[in-house]
Write a protein that binds this ligand. Structure first.
Ligand code: ADP
Length: 440
C-alpha cells in the first residue's frame, strides 16, 4: 500500500480508492453470481437428463430382459442435439456409446471417465475441450448413462460474465466521473482556503473571500474560516486604529501641558496669570489620568480577567449612584419596579451604570431616569438622541458621534465589555431621548 501513500493529490487518492473498491465489489458480484448461476443451470441439466432417461428405461425394462442387447436402441431413442447416452455392463465395461445428433463421432469416453460414472451417480467431466454433465441409472444388469453437452449453459454463463464486465466498466466510469465532479466541488473550498491562507501569510489582509452556499460540512468549515479571517482582519484594523487613536489622544494634552509649562518657565505669563494656567494644566492631566484609567479597564476587561461574581443588591447600587450624581446639580429620578438581586461583579456593574449616567448627563440637560425592572437596568435621558446611522458604531472604541463634546469614545466600549464578561445584553433605544438597557 506504499504506492497509495505516495499519491500526493487527495482527489487522486480518493478516486483510486473508490475505483478499486467498485472493481473489487463488481468482481466479487460477478464471481459469486456466475458460480451460483452455474450451479442452478447444472442442477436444471441433471433434472432434464433424468426426465429424458425415465421413459426410455421404463420402456426397455418392460420390453426386454437383456438390456445389454438393446443398448444401441436405447441410446438412439434418447439421442438429440445436446443429449446422448452410453451403456455400461455391470462390471463397468463400455457396451455402447452414442454421438450427438450433429456429430458423427461418439462421445470420447476413457477409462477414468468410466470409473467416474461408477463412483458418482451424477456429475460433470471435460474431454477434448468440451464440458459434459451426466447421470447414471442402474437398470437390471446395465448402467444407463445419459450425457448432456454443457455448450449452451457455458455460452449463457460466458455471456453473463461478458455483460457483467461491461456493466463494471460502465459503473466504474460513471462513478469516477461523478465522484470527480463532487470532489471538485467540495475540494474547491479547500483550495480557496489554502490560497487565502497563503495570501494572508504573505501579508495581504485585504483578500476577497467568496461566499459559500453549500450546506455540507465543507461549506460550514468554509464559512467558519471566512468569519475567522474577517474577525482577524477587524482585530488587526482595530489594533492599528487603536494605536493611532491612543497616540493622538495623548499627544494633544501632553503638547498643551508642555507648552504651558514652557511659557511659565520662560516668563511669558504674568505672576497673577500663572494660577489660572496651572488650573488648566491640571485639568489636562485629569483628562490624561481618566483616559489611562479607561484604557486600563478596557484592556483588563477584554483580556477576559476573572471577575468575582456575588449576589448584588442592584437597588442599593442605583440609590448610591443617584446620590453621587445628584450632587452634580442634575435631577436623577429613580424608577425601581423590583428588589431582585443580580449575580454580578459589583465593582464592574457600578462602572457600567456610572458610564451610562455620565453620558446621559453629558449629552442632555433635562432630568434623567435611572430605572430597574428586575431583568433590566436602564438609563433614560431626554437629550437629542443618537443618529440612526451612528448606532451600530457607538459601542466601538474611540467612536464619537460629535467631536465637540468632551469625551474619549471609550465609555460605551467599557459598558459593552462589562456586559459581555457577565453575559448580559446591552441595547440602546432612541425615542424622545436615549435609553440604554443592560439586561441579564
Ligand atoms: P464618549 O466618551 O465620547 O462619550 P462613549 O463611548 O461613551 O464615548 O459614547 C460614544 C458616542 O455615543 C458619544 O460620542 C456620543 O456621540 C454617543 N452617545 C453616548 N451616549 C449618548 C447619549 N446618552 N445621548 C446621546 N449620544 C450619546
Amino acid at each position: 500500500m506504499l504506492w497509495f501513500k505516495d499519491i500526493s493529490s487527495f482527489r487522486l487518492k480518493l478516486i483510486t480508492l473508490f475505483s478499486v473498491l467498485v472493481i473489487l465489489s463488481m468482481g466479487f458480484l460477478a464471481v459469486s453470481t456466475s458460480f451460483f448461476l452455474h450451479k442452478i443451470l447444472i442442477n436444471y441439466m441433471y433434472t432434464y437428463l433424468n426426465n429424458q432417461a425415465k421413459p426410455v428405461i421404463e420402456f426397455y425394462s418392460i420390453y426386454s430382459n437383456d438390456l445389454a442387447k438393446e443398448a444401441k436402441d436405447m441410446i438412439d431413442d434418447i439421442t438429440s442435439e445436446n443429449i446422448t447416452a452410453a451403456v455400461l455392463s455391470s462390471s463397468g465395461n463400455l457396451i455402447s456409446v452414442g454421438s450427438f445428433e450433429d456429430s458423427e463421432k461418439p462421445v470420447p469416453l476413457n477409462s477414468s471417465i468410466l470409473n467416474l460414472f461408477l463412483k458418482k451417480p451424477m456429475g460433470t467431466f471435460e474431454e477434448n475441450g468440451e464440458d459434459y454433465a451426466y447421470i447414471v441409472k442402474k437398470t437390471k444388469d446395465v448402467y444407463f448413462v445419459v450425457i448432456g453437452r454443457l455448450r449452451e449453459i457455458n455460452k449463457v454463463i460466458k455471456r453473463f460474465i461478458y455483460i457483467l464486465i461491461l456493466l463494471t466498466i460502465g459503473v466504474v466510469i460513471f462513478s469516477v466521473l461523478s465522484i470527480y465532479a463532487i470532489l471538485n466541488k467540495i475540494l474547491k473550498q479547500l483550495d480557496d482556503i489554502t490560497k487565502i491562507s497563503l495570501e494572508i501569510y504573505a501579508g495581504n489582509m485585504d483578500v476577497n473571500i467568496p461566499d459559500s452556499n453549500s450546506h455540507d460540512e465543507f461549506g460550514i468549515m468554509f464559512r467558519a474560516f471566512k468569519n475567522m479571517v474577517e474577525k482577524l482582519n477587524n482585530t488587526i484594523k482595530i489594533q492599528k486604529n487603536f494605536i493611532a487613536d491612543v497616540s493622538h489622544e495623548f499627544k494633544t494634552p501632553i503638547s498643551y501641558i508642555k507648552a504651558q509649562i514652557e511659557f511659565i518657565l520662560t516668563g511669558v505669563y504674568q505672576e497673577d496669570e500663572v494660577f489660572e494656567v496651572l488650573k488648566k494644566v491640571y485639568k489636562q492631566t485629569d483628562v490624561l489620568s481618566k483616559f489611562t484609567e479607561d484604557l486600563l479597564a478596557l484592556a483588563r476587561l477584554e483580556s477576559n480577567i476573572p471577575i468575582s461574581k456575588t449576589e448584588v443588591d442592584v437597588v442599593s447600587i442605583l440609590t448610591q449612584l443617584k446620590d453621587e450624581f445628584s450632587i452634580q446639580n442634575r435631577n436623577i429620578i429613580l424608577d425601581v419596579k423590583s428588589q431582585d438581586t443580580w449575580i454580578a461583579d459589583q465593582h464592574y456593574l457600578k462602572i457600567a451604570i456610572k458610564n451610562l449616567l455620565e453620558n446621559a448627563i453629558k449629552y442632555s440637560d433635562k432630568d434623567i431616569i435611572l430605572g430597574y425592572t428586575g431583568d433590566c437596568i436602564y438609563v433614560k435621558d431626554f437629550g437629542p438622541g443618537i443618529p440612526e446611522e451612528d448606532i451600530p458604531f457607538i459601542f466601538e472604541r474611540f467612536y464619537r458621534v460629535s467631536k465637540d463634546k468632551r469625551g474619549l469614545g471609550l465609555g460605551l466600549s467599557i459598558v459593552k465589555a462589562i456586559a459581555q464578561i457577565h453575559g448580559f445584553s446591552l441595547r440602546v433605544e432612541v425615542k424622545e431621548g436615549t435609553t440604554f438597557y443592560i439586561c441579564r
